[in-house]
Design a protein around this ligand. Structure first.
Ligand SMILES: C[S@@+](CC[C@H](N)C(=O)[O-])C[C@H]1O[C@@H](n2cnc3c(N)ncnc32)[C@H](O)[C@@H]1O
Length: 245
């Protein structure tokens, strides 16, 4: 199972642990405009957990058409890793297509919801609860690595992108969809912090070791659960690892 190494990495401190400043790690887990940790009685709650606990399909159930179209270039049965995957709309759709999928997310609630949904649908899926700030990416393991709306501070995003490049097997695809800077302040979704948005130059630089097959900045009208609704400024990347890095 492709998730074996990831599951082990999730259980044990990896070499990357401690390489991200503590303050940065605290803000990673925080949806826009929310305190890093809110206390209810004795329990410390991750605000992503609260959000997902209120709605089992916060970003809807349908996967992104761009992601699914791009994934069509991954060989049948290939290993796909979905980062910051939340409640798993892409992981489930990719598993249903026959890929060997590992989904990774910080939120314990989202991971539990995804596990039970996969079980109910009888889809094999490895779900790993993992803070990407502490992720030790395996080398050359995946035929596809997907990150959708994985908005986080720029410094962490750069680390995650480097991890995506490292984790790809030769011919493997990195697939990203998210909001670009022009989205900041629009009501259809996205973080409050301007620095959490993607930019085309940033993606070109972060994925310079790969062959960029697609990079676009479309306007789209989103209908993705209660989380994303209305006209939005998106950015999309598909990039391929051609050989040894
Ligand atoms: C906007 S949601 C997108 C969820 C999913 N990709 C989708 O499109 O439906 C962002 C996700 O990033 C996750 N996340 C935020 N910071 C993270 C981190 N440091 N490590 C792992 N996941 C993180 C959240 O838990 C949340 O599920």
């Amino acid at each position: 199972m492709a998730g074996g190494a990831e599951a082990a990495a999730a259980r044990t401190p990896g070499p990357g642990r401690g390489s991200v400043p503590r303050r940065l790690r605290q803000i990673l887990a925080r949806p826009p405009g929310r305190p890093a940790v809110r206390r209810a009685g004795m329990a410390a709650l991750n605000p992503w957990d609260e959000r997902f606990a209120r709605d089992e399909a916060y970003y809807g159930l349908a996967p992104s058409v761009f992601v699914m179209d791009s994934a069509g270039a991954i060989p049948p049965g290939g290993r796909v890793l979905c980062l910051a995957e939340g409640q798993g709309r892409h992981a489930l759709a990719l598993a249903a297509r026959g890929y060997t999928v590992t989904a990774m997310d910080l939120s314990a609630v989202a991971c539990a919801q995804l596990r039970s949904r996969a079980q109910a649908l009888r889809l094999p899926l490895a779900v790993v609860q993992q803070d990407l700030g502490l992720w030790s990416p395996p080398a050359g393991l995946y035929d596809g690595v997907v990150a959708v709306y994985a908005h986080m501070p720029r410094a962490l995003r750069a680390l995650v992108h480097a991890g995506m490049v490292r984790a790809l097997a030769p011919r493997g695809l990195a697939i990203i969809e998210g909001f670009r800077a022009e989205q900041c302040g629009r009501p259809s979704g996205g973080p409050a912090e301007p620095g959490w948005y993607y930019g085309a130059d940033e993606l070109r630089a972060d994925f310079a070791a790969l062959s960029i097959e697609h990079l676009s900045t479309p306007e789209a009208v989103l209908e993705e659960g209660r989380g994303h609704q209305g006209p939005a400024a998106l950015i999309r990347l598909r990039a391929r690892r051609l050989g040894n890095l």
